[in-house]
Design a protein around this ligand. Structure first.
Ligand SMILES: [Zn+2]
Length: 154
């Protein structure tokens, strides 16, 4: 039984690798389907090590399970590289939802700072460029860190 489970996950990982683009930055970017949040997804069957067992499973979760042998209890798999399609096990770590939202807020904040650097302007000027109030800019930065946020959403 254990053997069969192992071969299931190995086969799935092999199939995934055929659809992965290895970038110079070290990210292994999934080239297949993604879910609404932007994470790579694959369809699995009889993956008894996965809570979902069958159906759509995120690619990075399959990678984590394959490389680390098991999924951590009560934790989610986070991307240190912030690339949702990345499945390089070295870029993945277990964390909590709270950590994830903290990370997301931090990413949103950093993205705002990057914009400010890129445009060479102040927060107030950036808000003006985006046609929002400086107060709304903070909300916007939080949204940028939200995996469900898509550019163009207000
Ligand atoms: Zn990565």
């Amino acid at each position: 039984m254990g053997r069969r489970r192992l071969s299931n996950i190995s086969l799935k990982w092999q199939a995934i690798q055929n659809k992965v683009l290895k970038t110079d930055s070290g990210c292994w970017l999934w080239q297949g389907h993604t879910n609404a949040a932007g994470y790579g997804i694959v369809t699995c069957e009889n993956m008894t090590d996965l809570p979902e067992n069958s159906g759509q499973v995120t690619v990075h979760k399959v990678s984590y399970l394959y490389h680390y042998g098991r999924l951590p209890k009560d934790k989610i798999i986070l991307h240190d590289c912030d690339n949702k399609r990345c499945c390089n096990p070295e870029h993945l770590r277990a964390g909590t939802h709270l950590e994830n939202s903290r990370d997301a807020q931090e990413r949103g904040r950093l993205r705002g700072i990057n914009y400010i650097k890129e445009y060479g302007c102040t927060r107030t000027e950036l808000a003006r460029k985006l046609n929002i109030t400086p107060g709304n800019l903070s909300n916007r930065m939080r949204k940028w860190g939200n995996p469900y946020y898509k550019p163009g959403n207000r």
